[in-house]
Design a protein around this ligand. Structure first.
Ligand SMILES: NC(=O)c1ccc[n+]([C@@H]2O[C@H](COP(=O)([O-])OP(=O)(O)OC[C@H]3O[C@@H](n4cnc5c(N)ncnc54)[C@H](OP(=O)(O)O)[C@@H]3O)[C@@H](O)[C@H]2O)c1
Length: 214
């Protein structure tokens, strides 16, 4: 499957592209700076240029699935939260609908389930993530929404704890590598289509953790 990764140069994106290539997919690494092309190729991806604040839809051409793992990051203002985390995500969904790309995996965030429960300082970010998630949920796409708790750059363990959104849940921070591996596992099964799943560090093998009745 051709899988376009929006945010391929980010922490999760860098972990995801090689895992997609290793599992027989053809990853497209969408980045906003041509200087990142070499790094995408080294990880087994086909680099394409796409800026969520400008033109990016052509970068998705030919894709069977899209993973949104871009983000404005903690060092920018709320203007970028709106433009990238909310509007960029919505434009990605619109582009998939327009181009007949059915499968979409959204990397959201734990507190998007209840933005009012997020600390004041990052509540607007979680509101943006939630609004993007809702837009995806209401779209005709075959969507999986993943809401990881705080991310780390620790080595992946292949094990997580997952909570389908209707259940109360809390848990440990999670390595970006394990979130990337969870995306690969979600793309391998239709079981997670239509599901919103909160992700934590944990001890359940990823393929088992993402089964809806785990
Ligand atoms: N940090 C956390 O603890 C946490 C927790 C839960 C969920 N999340 C979410 O998880 C996802 C991945 O997080 P991360 O920390 O791995 O990401 P990250 O390292 O911050 O990477 C984000 C990527 O988005 C790209 N990007 C930003 N603006 C863009 C634009 N206008 N057009 C195209 N690409 C753009 C950046 O490009 P450049 O490389 O060019 O800057 C970067 O590669 C994000 O959606 C984030 O909101 C994060």
């Amino acid at each position: 499957m051709q899988v376009a990764v929006i945010g391929a140069n980010g922490g999760i994106g860098r972990e995801l592209v090689p895992r997609l290539a290793e599992t027989g997919h053809d990853p497209i690494g969408v980045v906003r700076d041509e200087s990142q092309f070499g790094a995408v190729r080294e990880r087994g991806g086909e680099p394409r240029l796409g800026d969520l604040e400008g033109e990016f839809a052509p970068a998705l051409q030919g894709a069977d699935a899209v993973v949104f793992t871009a983000g404005s990051g903690g060092d920018t203002g709320w203007d970028k939260t709106l433009l990238i985390d909310l509007w960029g995500a919505r434009r990605s969904i619109d582009a998939c609908v327009a181009h007949g790309i059915d499968r979409f995996v959204m990397i959201s965030a734990y507190n998007a389930s209840d933005p009012m429960a997020a600390p004041d300082a990052i509540r607007p970010y979680h509101v943006a993530k939630r609004c993007a998630d809702d837009y995806l949920d209401w779209s005709p796409l075959e969507a999986t929404i993943l809401r990881p708790t705080a991310l780390t750059d620790d080595e992946g363990t292949g094990q997580i704890s997952a909570a389908f959104d209707y259940r109360d849940a809390d848990g440990d921070e999670i390595p970006r590598a394990d979130v990337a591996q969870t995306v690969v596992a979600c793309l391998a099964t239709a079981d997670t289509v239509g599901e919103t799943i909160r992700l934590f560090g944990g001890e359940t093998p990823i393929e088992d953790a993402i089964r809806p009745n785990n």
